[in-house]
Each structure stands twice: as structure tokens, then as C-alpha cells.
Design a protein around this ligand. Structure first.
Ligand SMILES: [Zn+2]
Ligand SMILES: [Zn+2]
Length: 346
């Protein structure tokens, strides 16, 4: 480690986060020194702050982007000053799943690479990070770094769309229009799909329509299952994405999915629970049910390419941009329906 200092927000215990000056990490062989510029707050960091996940002391910020400060001078692609996104996940490259091309399920994924004295969940809430070269993806100089902090969640939605085997022009129903549900809308529209979105929050439905949803429904007022059936001549949706963490959402998803349809349980469920499945519905209609976990290295690069080329704009998902010193107060706020991603500028 160098003797230079950097600013970092550290979550030291339940409901306690402080801005501190800590020693800056130095890159080791095979690593790149990146100056973090933007990092978005995800549910993970909010859960750690609230004490739902007791991991302390933590430096969060796993959705982030920055500028290369130092890189091996022999690197064929990267040089200091380049804009980059960092894939915060470790992928060992040689386990059973990595070898088969499913590195989102790497068995070593959450093993810390070295001892920083802190639990690093990405570490983008500090001014510097030292990812492995393989985790760093170069972005064009035209890209907006605030939007680039959202490449990681976009990559997770790309993974989900692949699991859903969405074909051009199919009908997709999305239950839950948080950041992830809304990104699914954007990607599905890019693929020419017809998109139906269900959410109990009107502000979220409004955003879903602004980014291209064809029809929206509030289950507190109308029956989303009936709406999907009506909209598809009674067939049901080709793809259903359950991006809301509630058992009823899963049951609704099962009721919405049509013949040959694919149901993706995007959200996890806490406390854990079971779904009731009609055996014959799955059997006779050839329904597929799957989950989706994180993103592969390839998904991450594809997300970077979509943002870099301008094929997708993530601006509508940024509800607020704050400086690093406001992060502790921000973590203490309860997100509302208007809150999509809050991005920290470092
Ligand atoms: Zn996240
Ligand atoms: Zn692996």
C-alpha cells in the first residue's frame, strides 16, 4: 500500500456509515489502478447499512465506473485516462461452471482476493480501486460516467433476457417496475417485443411507459392476469419476468405465462417461500421456469457495448446524483417509488 490517502465511505455497523480517509491501495501485478468517478447505491448496500446483512466494516459500491490512473505500460488496449467500467465479480476461470461458460455461477465468486482490512463489495465508494485487468472493460470517451455506473445492473437484466430466450417481437410481461424491471422494459423494446408492466406504484408505471412499455397495469385497481390474457388473444405472455420479491407476484407470473412460455424468477424471495405450481399447466403447455443469477463476463461486456454505442440510455433510471460526503445521510433515507438509482459522484 502507498502512503497516500483516499476518501472512502465505510459502513462500520448497523445504521452507521462514515466518510473517512484511509490508505490508498496500490496495484499489484495483473491489476489496474482506477480512479472511481461514479458509483450507484444498490439494495445490497442499503441492506448492509440497515443491518439486514451484517458485513462490517464494508466499502460498498459494486455498480461503478471510473478512469484508469495506472495500468501496465505493455497493456495492448488500456492506457491512463481511459474511461472504464469494472465488473466487480471474481471469476476463477477454471471451476466446473466457468469452464462451461457460466462464469456468473463461479464457485469462487465471493472469495475475497486479498485482505484490505475491509469487506469490499465492489469498493466504488472509495476514490480508488485495484481490480484485476480481466475485470476492467474499456468504454468510449463519449460515454456518460453517471450512466456507466449502471452497466452492472443492466448486465444482470441482459442475463435474464437470455435465460428468458426472448425472441424478436414476442410479448413480455414484467411484474415489478423497479430499476431492474425498467431495464427489462428497455431491453425488450430494443428487441421489438410488446411489453406489459405491472406495479403497485404509479410513479414507477409512469417511468415504465416513458421508456417504452406498451401497456401498464396497477394490480390494486385491475387484474394483471386478465389484462395479459386480453392483450394476447387469450394466449398468455411468451415471457414473464418476476422482478418483485413477493409470493403473489410469482403466482401471478405463473398464471400469465402462455403456451411455450418462459417464466423467469428474477427477484429473490426473503424470507424464503414456495410457489404452488399446476403440474398439468407446465406439462401440457410446455412452460419453462427458470431463475437468473447475476451476469457473466460476456453479459457485462454486452451491457457496456449497448451503453457505449448509444443503443440504450440509462439516464431515466438516475433519480439523484450526490457527492460522496452525502452518502451516509442518503443510506439512512428510505427509498420511495420515485427512487430509482442514486448515483454518487466521487
Ligand atoms: Zn447491485
Ligand atoms: Zn469459477
Amino acid at each position: 500500500m502507498s502512503t497516500e490517502l483516499m476518501r472512502a465511505v465505510i459502513i462500520t455497523g448497523p445504521r452507521t456509515a462514515t466518510l473517512e480517509r484511509i490508505r490508498r491501495w496500490s496495484p499489484e501485478p495483473g491489476e489496474v489502478l482506477v480512479r472511481c468517478k461514479t458509483a450507484a447505491i444498490c439494495t445490497t448496500e442499503r441492506r448492509i447499512f440497515l443491518g439486514d446483512r451484517a458485513l462490517y466494516p464494508t466499502i460498498g459500491g459494486h455498480e461503478f465506473a471510473g478512469i484508469v490512473e495506472w495500468v501496465d505500460e505493455d497493456d495492448p488496449e488500456l492506457k491512463p485516462g481511459d474511461y472504464v467500467a469494472i465488473d466487480a465479480v471474481n471469476r476463477c476461470g477454471h471451476c466446473y461452471y466457468c469452464i462451461r461458460g457460466h462464469d456468473n455461477l463461479c464457485v469462487d465468486m465471493y472469495k475475497p482476493r486479498k485482505d484490505y482490512g475491509y469487506i469490499l463489495i465492489g469498493g466504488g465508494f472509495a476514490e480508488y480501486v485495484t481490480p484485476l485487468r480481466s475485470q476492467v472493460v474499456k468504454l468510449p470517451p463519449t460515454v456518460n460516467l453517471e450512466e456507466a455506473s449502471l452497466i452492472e445492473p443492466l448486465a444482470c437484466c441482459i442475463h435474464s433476457i437470455k435465460k428468458a430466450q426472448l425472441s424478436l417481437g414476442e410479448t413480455m410481461a414484467i411484474i415489478g417496475a423497479g430499476t431492474m424491471g425498467t431495464m427489462h422494459v428497455m431491453l425488450a423494446k430494443l428487441m421489438g417485443a410488446r411489453v406489459i408492466v405491472s406495479d403497485v406504484d404509479e410513479a414507477r408505471l409512469d417511468l415504465a411507459r416513458r421508456v417504452g412499455a406498451d401497456v401498464t397495469v396497477n394490480p390494486r385497481r385491475d387484474d394483471p392476469v386478465k389484462l395479459v390474457r386480453d392483450y394476447t388473444d387469450g394466449r398468455g405472455a411468451d415471457v414473464v419476468i418476476v422482478a418483485a420479491s413477493a409470493k403473489e407476484a410469482g403466482q401471478q407470473g405463473l398464471a400469465m405465462v402462455g403456451r411455450l412460455g418462459r417464466l423467469v424468477l428474477y427477484a429473490s424471495l426473503y424470507p424464503p417461500g414456495n410457489l404452488e405450481i399446476d403440474w398439468n399447466h407446465i406439462h401440457y403447455e410446455e412452460i419453462m421456469i427458470t431463475g437468473t443469477e447475476g451476469k457473466s463476463g460476456e453479459d457485462f461486456r454486452q451491457a457496456a457495448a449497448l451503453l457505449g454505442s448509444g443503443a440504450i440510455s440509462l439516464r431515466p433510471l438516475i433519480s439523484k446524483v450526490i457527492p460522496l460526503h452525502e452518502l451516509p445521510q442518503e443510506l439512512a433515507l428510505k427509498p420511495t417509488g420515485e427512487t430509482q438509482r442514486v448515483v454518487v459522484r466521487l
